[in-house]
Structures are given as structure tokens and as C-alpha cells.
Design a protein around this ligand. Structure first.
Ligand code: SAM
Length: 179
């Protein structure tokens, strides 16, 4: 997990939405998260299940985002990596309480899609605390303020507008394009 996330997760409680094989949850704990709770509609693959029970700071529950909206405000940090396009529940979950941080990792460039349009409509109104890119992968840390005048990040533009393919090579600057 990227070291630049340490300052946002150290000592904090994290809810990971769509945790998959728990690789990221374990990495967040290594970065010093106080606890990581995972929510996913699919079971943890057999090969990775032994991670559960080894560390009391790691917990997991099976369920749909849409049925567990109440969970989101309980955590200091929401972590979302490579969300699929469809679930609308995520858009509600990323409109959270004061002081809550949302960490997003994924790709909306070169024809890859992450997150629903509604998800990006919500996130793109929030302040950006940090944005970095490794290759085509974007890592964005959102704060809770919404009254900020800022550029729309290229990653967000790709999520908001599926009518064309956004490409890093055609963008001016790393992350931002003015609307
Ligand atoms: C593309 S995978 C990403 C997994 C992991 N975060 C990663 O980066 O490797 C999306 C994950 O979201 C989960 N998921 C998709 N729709 C969901 C929903 N409506 N409610 C809960 N989990 C969902 C899937 O089961 C899957 O584990």
C-alpha cells in the first residue's frame, strides 16, 4: 500500500467497501490503521481466508453496500479500491459525516471504468487532500469539505462522462483538467 496514505489511516478506523481478497485491508493495517472492517457481497477467496482471525483489528462482513448504508458514518476513513460501475449504494456511502476521509483507488482512463456516475457526482464535489498517479492508476484522498473551488481531476472526468475515453497522454498536467 502506498506510504502516502499513512498520515490518513494511522490510528484511524477504516471501512473497506468491496474488500475482495483482503490484500488492501492487511496493507492498511500495516500502515497503522487502528482497525479495518471489510464489507463485500462475495466471500473472501479460500486462499486468503486465513487472514481473518489472525489479527483482531481485521473484521469482515458479507453484505451489499445498499443494505448497509448505516455503516459508513461509523468509521474515520472509507477505503474503496477499483469499485465496479453498477452499485448505487456506494454513492450514498461517500457522502459522509464531517471529518471523514474517503480514499479511492482505481482507473477511469484509456477505456477502464470504476464507479458509477452518481459515485463521481458526489466525490467530485469534495475537497481533494491528495491525488497521485502510478501509471494509469489513480489514488485520491478526499476530505469532507464541499465548498471548495477546484479543478475536476481527469480521473473524475472519466467517471462522470462515459461518452468518450479519456487518455492521460492527451491531458495537460497529471491529474487536472479545467471544466
Ligand atoms: C473489482 S472488485 C475490487 C476488489 C478489491 N477492492 C481490489 O481492489 O482488488 C469489486 C468488489 O466489490 C464487491 N461488490 C460489488 N458490488 C457490490 C455490492 N453491491 N455490495 C457489496 N460488495 C460489492 C465485489 O464482490 C468485489 O469484491
Amino acid at each position: 500500500m502506498e506510504e502516502i496514505l499513512r498520515e490518513y489511516v494511522e490510528g484511524r478506523t477504516v471501512l473497506e467497501l468491496g474488500a475482495g481478497n483482503l490484500r488492501d485491508a492487511r496493507a492498511l493495517l500495516e500502515l497503522g490503521a487502528r482497525s479495518v472492517h471489510c464489507l463485500d457481497k462475495s466471500p473472501v477467496p479460500d486462499s486468503d481466508r486465513d487472514a481473518l482471525g489472525r489479527d483482531p483489528r481485521l473484521s469482515w462482513q458479507r453484505g451489499y453496500f445498499e443494505e448497509h448504508l448505516y455503516l459508513a458514518p461509523r468509521y474515520d476513513v472509507l477505503f474503496i479500491s477499483y469499485p465496479i460501475m453498477r452499485p448505487l449504494g456506494l454513492a450514498y456511502m461517500v457522502a459522509p459525516r464531517e471529518d471523514q476521509v474517503v480514499v479511492y483507488r482505481g482507473q477511469n482512463l484509456e477505456g477502464t471504468v470504476c464507479g458509477s456516475r452518481a459515485f463521481w457526482q458526489v466525490l467530485s464535489t469534495r475537497e481533494v487532500l491528495k491525488a497521485s498517479r502510478v501509471g494509469l492508476e489513480s489514488l485520491i484522498v478526499y476530505g469532507s469539505r464541499r465548498d471548495v473551488d477546484r479543478d475536476i481531476l481527469l480521473e473524475e472526468r472519466g467517471g462522470l462522462d462515459r461518452s468518450k475515453i479519456y487518455s492521460l497522454s492527451k491531458a495537460s498536467g497529471l491529474l487536472a483538467t479545467r471544466s
